[in-house]
Design a protein around this ligand. Sequence first.
Ligand SMILES: Cc1cc2nc3c(=O)[nH]c(=O)nc-3n(C[C@H](O)[C@H](O)[C@H](O)COP(=O)(O)OP(=O)(O)OC[C@H]3O[C@@H](n4cnc5c(N)ncnc54)[C@H](O)[C@@H]3O)c2cc1C
Length: 418
Amino acid sequence: MITSQVAVVGGGIAGAWLSYRLAQRGVDTVLVVGPEPPVSREWAACVLNRQLVEDPVRALEDSSGTQDPALRPLIERHLPRELAELRSLVELMPFEGVLIPRHQVPMPRLGAGDEVVTTVLRHYAGRMVEARVTDLVVRDGVCHGVRTDRGSIAANHVVLASGGFSGLFADGVANSSGALLGTCLRHGATLANLELFQRFALGDRTRRRPLYPFDLDGARLLRDGSPIELRGTDLALFREYWTSNLGVPHTAQLKDVTVELGPVRGFSYGGLAGGIENLHATGEARYDIAADALAGLPWLVFLATGGMLAERLEPLGKPSPIPEEPVAFVDFPDLRARLAACFDHNSTSETMTAFLRWARENRGSDVLLLAEACVASALARTESRGFFFRADHPAEDPGLAGRTTRVQYRDGDIEVQL
Ligand SMILES: Cc1cc2nc3c(=O)[nH]c(=O)nc-3n(C[C@H](O)[C@H](O)[C@H](O)COP(=O)(O)OP(=O)(O)OC[C@H]3O[C@@H](n4cnc5c(N)ncnc54)[C@H](O)[C@@H]3O)c2cc1C
């Protein structure tokens, strides 16, 4: 049993940055690092879009109207100071409109995020434990800590920095299925925008990864065996090409391998939106960003959120001890296939309703609860918008502009408000 003023769950950039800033302020902090590698360390290039500092209104453009209105003021207030702090730890260099970590190869590099997170963690003066968080301890709507597979952590504040949940889907880049968000739901939290994802329009669906210009150099893209050219922004390509071509087989003949071509889910726009006292979120686990293009935005947003939370999380006294209580896990090996059967070109009210019926009959795990909440949110949004596409409602509904889905689990039922 560990006792701490703040427990931060997840050792990617969001968790590392917040923990570093809390410890700097003298707040007793424990960072819980899970067994799977964070997206921040495995993939991210740590490209930082300078426009977010200079002109946040333009950088955060979101034609879907689903972004949290509190995001821009948060960036304006906290980003300049947090970026200056990052620069005191990591040397950054300009590259076109962005900043990247200084390196002898002066180009964005996938995986460069690992060096940055390592540097931040080297300067973090608090405690770190390696464990998987298996449950939250919530009594009367207040979070008192977490349970892990190695014991409990009693804390005055718990912050989820557990990343996104695109790994729940067969075409998702991340490893994580976001089960912890399902846990939040089970304890009464509100999650928002679970149906919305950023998509890399050119993706390798065989290996679940985006295709970058260097992958596509000399590649042949084929639609049903015939060569095609695909150019444009991720959003434009998704809206103008993929929504009417998702059911058609596409392949990419790369230098050394042929893979299934199609959009892949990267960043999950949905996440925790509140509902449990002393439970907070930063990074991709938090609901707030939805933007037409995300290039270089997430890390800067997470720095700003970390700065805001570090300022806000004041100690509340000594946390109370937590009684031990094991949690059972139930695995659903065919969950991704079932989800694929009710999203995108397969998305009709019938396929989604059939999934919801199956999910209700099989309740008993947090990951399934999250999947159920995603499908219920998608069912409630009777339109297509941004990167979200429904085959039975292919057009945008102007009446839903700026509307956010909010989902809760109450008395054994998933409830969605839009
Ligand atoms: C290919 C690619 C390139 C990208 N490049 C950039 C870029 O250059 N610039 C940019 O700004 N953004 C970039 N992004 C986006 C950005 O990197 C991610 O959104 C970001 O890494 C998410 O950070 P995070 O700290 O919220 O989560 P993560 O980095 O995913 O870390 C979360 C950690 O929490 C752990 N966790 C989850 N559940 C539990 C649990 N129950 N118990 C304990 N631990 C748990 C996870 O396993 C994971 O290790 C990129 C994304 C991709 C996919």
